[in-house]
Design a protein around this ligand. Structure first.
Ligand code: HPA
Length: 269
């Protein structure tokens, strides 16, 4: 039995019913799940093979809940490359979700806005991404049980889920914005020269997560949706120094709106 199978079997034993959708809550989104009734919470530290999240604002819990009548798994806290995890540890949970039967993976994150039309507090749906030179989470021997050696990334963010998301944004009255996400390894924020370069490359926002999970989810045939919260204007665009506290504060403010969008989305998927 692989470590993925061990983790999935451990979880399967604790849950009732089927879960086809998982929402990964990024920096500042963690407290949202407290609103949901009847939830089963399992700490990452209990799950065989799971790394433990170390970032403030990331709780490290998997929550099995119901949202508008739909079974949804919430990952409260994720694993970042900058914490010292390997790319395969960062993405371990994605394959466990696949084995549990999840086909829709909704990833949220905090980002710095590069596109001059973006403001702190905007929710932006990811249309595509740029990985830069970071190692692929699929580096090393390929596990054929999950997907092929070389897989297509030409529509990494599901068109269908994006359309549903657009409808949900419109229902809630949130302006629908889309953008290209560029991932840096972090943990340092970028220099203004890096941000100018990323803008020229075609990036609209920058963050330190998401891309590894999107690669692994695409590899095993999951549908991916990415929603970024612009927590700050990126370095050089903002005149002020960047801080993790600022990122957390904007996260708290935008969560209400995000939650409404997510509730609507649950009727559609
Ligand atoms: N850069 C990188 N990651 C981030 C930022 C940023 O400006 N804001 C939130 N996450």
């Amino acid at each position: 039995m692989s470590n993925y199978q061990k983790a999935a079997a451990f979880l399967q034993e604790k849950i009732d019913g089927a879960y086809d959708t998982c929402v990964v809550l990024g920096s500042g989104y963690g407290n949202l799940i407290d609103k949901l009734p009847n939830k089963l919470t399992i700490s990452y530290s209990e799950i065989p093979g799971f790394p433990v999240s170390t970032v403030p604002g990331h709780r490290g819990e998997m929550v099995f809940a119901e949202m508008n009548g739909k079974n949804v798994i919430f990952m409260s806290g994720r694993f970042h490359f900058y914490e010292g995890y390997s790319m395969s540890e960062v993405t371990f949970y994605v394959r466990v979700l696949k084995l549990l039967g999840v086909s829709n993976l909704i990833l949220t994150n905090a980002t710095g806005g590069i596109n001059p039309d973006f403001r702190a507090g905007d929710l932006v749906v990811i249309s595509d991404h740029i990985k830069l030179g970071l190692q692929s989470p699929l580096f090393g021997p390929n596990d054929e049980t999950f997907g092929p050696r070389f897989h297509d990334m030409s529509c990494a963010y599901s068109m269908e889920l994006r359309e549903h998301c657009k409808t949900a944004f419109q229902k809630v009255g949130v302006p629908y914005k889309t953008g290209v996400y560029v991932m840096t390894g972090g943990p340092q924020f970028e220099t203004p020269a890096e941000i100018r370069a990323f803008g020229i490359l075609g990036a609209d926002m920058v963050g330190m997560s998401t891309v590894p999970e999107v690669i692994v989810a695409n590899h095993c045939g999951m549908n991916v949706l990415g929603i970024s919260l612009i927590t700050n204007l990126a370095a050089g665009i903002s005149k002020a120094p960047l801080s993790h506290e600022e990122v957390m504060e904007e996260g708290r403010k935008a969560t209400e709106l995000f939650w409404k969008v997510l509730s609507e989305l649950m009727y559609l998927i």
